[in-house]
Design a protein around this ligand. Structure first.
Ligand code: BTN
Length: 239
């Protein structure tokens, strides 16, 4: 475990370390503050110094083919849900593809960066930002922290050790080819899995319901007139 009080990004730092040395699966880099915290698709990740959980870990899932890499997103998402359930948090959901929501607000984000050899994943950097104790946010869209929900102060290290155990337990299921338990729980907690909701794609608004999420990670929606459409991340916006 590497604890560095301030760094650019735990994902980038861990990737850099791995260029020059071998690290055990599950090695963690944690920080209190990122100067260039990365979100998905080039966004930045806002987090007040010392308030939240910011870390990255590395796995070597070389048994996973790149076209099925979405299983890693699902595995990490359900491990975060497991950890929150143990804290008795309610209204938890996973907003496709892998945002962790409480009610209609975002509690945590996951940034996965894979390295490949042929068709398989040789190295998977999993970066997690989870809002624990921050009480005010400047520019993150729609954020929430656990403290804002429960009023309690959380110990970052304790939360991390419980999350780390849950990630390993779910990863073990993957290793044992028990993807079914991960898929079942991913769908169980999927945000907006029931009923029709508003979406936008290609500047067009429409109502649709979630039919499924494919192993490739594509979201499958069915419109009011029964048209079935598939979307990759960023091709579709939840309204
Ligand atoms: C998202 O946009 O939802 C993903 C956010 C991921 C943020 C975490 S914080 C720790 C790790 N290091 C980074 O630079 N990003 C991830």
């Amino acid at each position: 475990m590497f604890y560095i009080p301030e760094i650019n990004s735990t994902n980038d730092y861990l990737k850099e370390l791995l260029r020059s040395q071998k690290l055990e699966e599950g090695t963690i880099v944690r920080t209190d503050f990122q100067t260039a915290g990365k979100g998905q698709v080039g966004n930045n990740w806002e987090s007040e110094r010392g308030k939240n959980l910011l870390f990255s870990t590395v796995l070597y899932p070389d048994f996973v083919e790149i076209s099925y890499s979405f299983i890693l997103s699902k595995m990490v998402s359900v491990a975060i849900v497991d950890t929150l359930l143990a804290e008795n948090i309610e209204n938890i959901s996973i907003k496709w593809p892998n945002d962790i929501y409480i009610g209609d607000k975002k509690l945590a984000g996951i940034l996965i960066e894979n390295s490949l050899s042929g068709n398989n994943i040789t190295q998977c950097i999993i970066g997690i930002g989870l809002n624990l104790n921050q009480e005010q946010f400047a520019c993150a869209p729609n954020p929430v922290s656990l403290k804002q929900i429960t009023g309690k102060e959380y110990r970052i290290e304790d939360f991390l050790s419980s999350l780390k155990e849950n990630i390993f337990a779910r990863y073990q299921a993957m290793i044992e080819s028990d993807e079914a338990s991960i898929n079942t729980d991913y769908f169980k907690y999927l945000y907006r899995k029931k009923g029709f909701h508003q979406y936008r794609a290609n500047d067009e608004f429409f109502e649709a319901k979630i039919k499924t999420v494919l192993p490739t990670g594509q979201l499958v929606l069915e419109t009011r007139v029964g048209e079935v459409k598939r979307f990759y991340f960023k091709e579709i916006e939840f309204i």
